[in-house]
Design a protein around this ligand. Structure first.
Ligand code: SF4
Length: 439
């Protein structure tokens, strides 16, 4: 495992400025809400088009065309900013669009903001929602990184999750992506899997992990199944028809993930993300560094100046929101500000998700804290977090705090909630304004 290389990349990214919370955003997220169907666990902003959606019912449909028009208008309305270092096209199922639709969106974004040299442009794709030809088309129009929503290699689990694709589709997609990567057509690719799905055993999960390793994906995103309100799973659970894994089995599965992947060279650089050296997602790091990003699309969240802002979740309210900005000026959260408005506690929270954790002093100094003030509150912090520190969940290395791996990462919620309690226990006036951003 080449941690030094990863650390170097993080450092280099910081120097480039796109991870600097006090600088203008250099990242953009575009939300494409269309899917074939809604999976049983998903509470994202999604517009299901039907399992057979394609052609005039898919990318050629008036629903998609009019949505893309709104997306273009939304980009046009925000102030022009710094050239982008990372772009992420997520959803939904962006691979339901055609390469020319993706090209048009990217062109519009580039005209508006500009792209830095070596910009990372990620697109999410789902197995069975694209062909080899369209994949080539996406790469031709500028996609450099692909994130594949595989979720499982087991047909029974895929069916249980309400997914439309099957194992054979996933294997085919992995093969194509691996060929593309080896040919140098994309810089890297990632595979998503879901762990702790009802019906999984430790043995079946280890089999899934080994199959993921066999695909040669250089980046894996492993999410815990969570039951969200309004989903089919939540409904089933309320009727006693969904039996979740017991706590011990779920803990064993999470431990196995970290152990199996670390043995073959993956570094866990964030709670849910594992990468071979040099393959960490630059865009994802933006979210956890506290740096700002633009967000566009129905239900999309942005935080260009630190404060998070979520767009309306329905088509009509999203359209009205854009029309209002076109007539009355940009929404206040999107105006160019002179300082990052993400609070220090939010910065600490998101920062702790990363493998390298947070440099408390460096962060607090940006908020104008003196050395003495840092000393005082770090001492209080250590006293408050005594259990996590002594229990080995949280590690301190000088001024840096990080979750241990695997124990601290697995039980991250426990530590993060404790940290919030610490923050809430501080006097109201503890935080001063952040130092103004250099525009
Ligand atoms: S494909 Fe992804 S975004 Fe679409 S419904 Fe399924 S989980 Fe949600």
């Amino acid at each position: 495992m080449n941690l030094a290389l990863e650390d170097h990349r993080t450092f280099a990214a910081g120097v480039m400025g796109y991870l600097d919370p006090l600088k203008p955003p250099r990242s953009a997220y575009l939300h494409i809400p269309f899917c074939h169907r809604r999976c049983f666990y998903c509470d994202f902003v999604v517009v299901p088009l039907g399992d057979k959606a394609s052609g005039a019912n898919g990318p050629g449909s008036s629903a998609i065309k009019s949505y893309l028009n709104l997306l273009h208008r939304e980009i046009a309305v925000v102030p022009e900013g710094a050239p982008l270092a990372t772009v992420y096209i997520g959803g939904g199922t962006p691979s339901l669009l055609t390469p020319s639709q993706i090209s048009s969106l990217l062109g519009h974004l580039e005209n508006h903001f500009g792209f830095q040299d070596g910009v990372e442009i990620t697109m999410e794709i789902d197995p069975a929602s694209f062909s080899l030809e369209s994949l080539k088309g996406f790469v031709d129009v500028g996609i450099t990184r692909i994130s594949l929503g595989g979720q499982s290699f087991d047909d029974l689990i895929l069916e249980r999750l309400g997914r439309r694709h099957r194992r054979s589709h996933l294997l085919e997609a992995c093969q194509w992506l691996n060929d593309f990567y080896r040919s140098g057509w994309i810089s890297t690719w990632s595979l998503d899997l879901i762990q702790c799905v009802p019906g999984m055993s430790l043995c079946s999960w280890e089999k899934e992990l080994n199959q993921a390793i066999d695909t040669s994906a250089p980046h894996l995103a492993i999410y815990d199944l969570s039951i969200e309100a309004g989903t089919v799973f939540a409904w089933k659970q309320s009727r006693g028809e969904l039996e979740l894994l017991d706590h011990d089995l779920a803990a064993d599965i999470m431990r196995a993930t970290s152990s199996v992947l670390s043995k073959v060279g993956f570094a866990r650089y964030e709670i849910s993300n594992y990468a071979l050296p040099g393959h960490a997602s630059r865009h994802n790091r933006v979210y956890w560094s506290g740096a700002g990003w633009w967000g566009f699309g129905q239900g999309a969240t942005s935080a260009p100046w630190g404060e998070r802002f979520a767009r309306p979740r329905t088509r009509d309210t999203y359209r009205t929101w854009i029309e209002d900005q076109e007539q009355n000026g940009v929404h206040p959260s999107l105006e160019v500000l002179t300082a990052c408005s993400m609070t220090l506690d939010e910065q600490l929270m998101v920062g702790l998700r990363r493998r390298e954790g947070i440099d408390f002093y460096a962060l607090a100094r940006r908020w104008g804290w003196s050395e003495e003030k840092c000393d005082f509150y770090v001492k209080l912090f250590c006293e408050f977090m005594k259990d996590s520190l002594e229990g080995g969940l949280l590690k301190r290395e000088g001024s840096r705090f990080r979750l241990s791996e695997p124990k601290g990462m697995e039980l991250s919620n426990q530590t993060l909630i404790q940290m919030l309690r610490w923050w809430d226990s501080l006097p109201q006036n503890v935080v001063v304004q952040p130092i103004p951003a250099k525009l």
